[in-house]
Write a protein that binds this ligand. Structure first.
Ligand code: FAD
Length: 417
């Protein structure tokens, strides 16, 4: 006999957990289950490349809620099960273990799987990704036997891992195919700053290099061969080259989408009673000049979860949240607000040499995003500028004597003659 839940959530990450929490906060009294392929209860992912990897936070401290929370709220956690098929007509999903669950509404919150290297040697022992607790536990278990680590990919996760592992006294090389780190998400000023910081901490940052293959001996990685024939010797490789959204069962069931599942402003997919939220959900975002994209952040996961929950309880509100993000590397706290996609001008506020500055992105004169390094006041003031779509003079934005909040546009008062 199959079980049926009024709301079935696939994926027990940030988005899935928050959807269940938001439903109960909005007095939803129907049955809720979260089916997740990981064995652990929902936990925070960002610490995996930060405080959990460094050992500063044990697993219990990165749980999204204590175990008792789910029981008390009658949210069933069906862990260790992979949903393999969705039947939208029958309102039914099936798992790899042969279980079937019926649903009233389905919330697809399956995130993404780390993109793997396609070259030979990608499956050698010692090659890791950083997406789940199990990934990080495996990696940490090998660190004692490791002197040299190659990080493939100079995005946030790769750089955060490089910062933590270099602090352990390991020799770390970052291999980035583009001519700067963080090229996909930030302007050159921020990239150059982080490259210099990593080098100052002893990390060998190599730009514009392509991985040809991974070399190994007795099934274990021994080095990374680059396209120019150079071999970087190492005992461990960490691959941080992005994710592939986990949407196959939904796509096979007919959900519209290309890069992820397409959702409307209420996080509804093209399938009846099926929502998609978080990293796997492609949506039109006004902070990206109305481009359709996926946003990979805790903010997006949590805010989309609330939107889906509100739609389900009959109190709909459109998704219109301003994107924000953070990254910790060494003693640097980066806080990002807005999306810099499509910027045509950059203003650097403060001196990067002070290790406290902001990079401000403008499109057609309007402030669309900020990357604030050890500059929380700019982040707070900048948030108002982004929300407001403020048009501001670059000289004013760069002037440290003018708090950013003072530049927020004021609606002109109509003068009556
Ligand atoms: P996930 O958290 O990935 O959860 C999806 C869950 O669904 C996973 O448990 C997955 O295993 C499961 N699943 C997938 N397919 C199935 C299936 N078929 N059946 C059952 N279960 C399935 N964001 C920030 O804002 N700030 C940060 O500093 C930051 N740092 C990060 C550091 C790391 C190492 C990582 C990996 C991510 C980081 N992020 C950060 C991104 C952020 O964690 C993600 O955007 C967020 O976790 C997305 O939530 P989600 O619920 O959509 O996906």
């Amino acid at each position: 006999m199959k079980e049926r839940y009024d709301v079935l959530i696939v994926g027990g990450g940030h988005a899935g957990a928050q959807a269940a929490i938001a439903l109960r906060q909005r007095k939803f009294s129907g049955s809720i289950a979260i089916v997740g392929d990981e064995v652990d209860p929902p936990y925070e992912r960002p610490p995996l490349s930060k405080e959990y990897l460094s050992g500063d936070k044990p697993f219990e401290r990165i749980l999204i809620r204590p175990a008792t929370f789910w029981r008390e709220r009658e949210i069933a956690l069906l862990t260790g099960q992979v949903v393999t098929t969705v039947n939208p007509d029958a309102h039914l999903v099936q798992t790899d273990g042969g279980a079937a669950f019926g649903y009233g509404n389905l919330i697809w919150a399956a995130g993404g799987a780390p993109r793997r290297l396609a070259c030979s040697g990608h499956d050698l022992n010692g090659v890791h990704s950083v997406r789940t607790r199990a990934d990080v536990d495996r990696l940490m278990g090998e660190l004692d036997l490791t002197e040299r680590v190659c990080v493939v990919g100079g995005g946030y996760i790769g750089l955060e891992a490089a910062a933590v592992i270099s602090k352990f006294g390991k020799s770390v090389t970052v291999l980035e195919a583009q001519d700067r780190v963080l090229a996909r998400v930030a302007g050159a000023a921020l990239s150059r700053f982080y490259e210099a910081e990593h080098r100052a901490h002893g990390v060998d940052v190599r730009l514009g290099v392509t991985v040809d293959c991974l070399e190994g001996k007795a099934g274990r990685v021994t080095g990374v061969r680059l396209a120019d024939g150079t071999v970087v010797p190492c005992e461990m490789v960490i691959v941080g080259i992005g994710i592939i959204p986990s949407v196959v069962p939904l796509s096979v069931a007919g959900a519209v989408g290309a890069n992820g599942v397409l959702v409307d402003e209420y996080c509804q997919t093209s399938l009846p009673d099926v929502y998609a939220i978080g990293d796997c959900a492609a949506h039109r975002n006004r902070f990206a000049n109305d481009a359709v994209l996926r946003v990979e952040s805790v903010q997006n996961a949590n805010d989309m979860a609330v939107v889906a929950a509100r739609a389900i309880v009959g109190d709909p509100e459109r998704y219109d949240a301003v994107p924000w993000f953070w990254s910790n590397q060494y003693d640097l706290r980066l806080q990002t607000i807005g999306l810099s996609i499509g910027h045509d001008e950059i203003v650097v506020r403060g001196a990067t040499t002070n290790r406290s500055f902001s990079v401000i992105y403008l499109r057609q004169g309007r402030v669309i995003a900020l990357d604030c390094v050890n500059a929380t006041k700019d982040y707070v003031g900048g948030r108002a500028l982004v929300l407001d779509g403020t048009i501001a003079a670059p000289t004013a934005l760069a002037d440290l004597d003018i708090p950013l909040k003072d530049l927020v546009n004021r609606t002109p008062v109509a003068v009556v003659a």
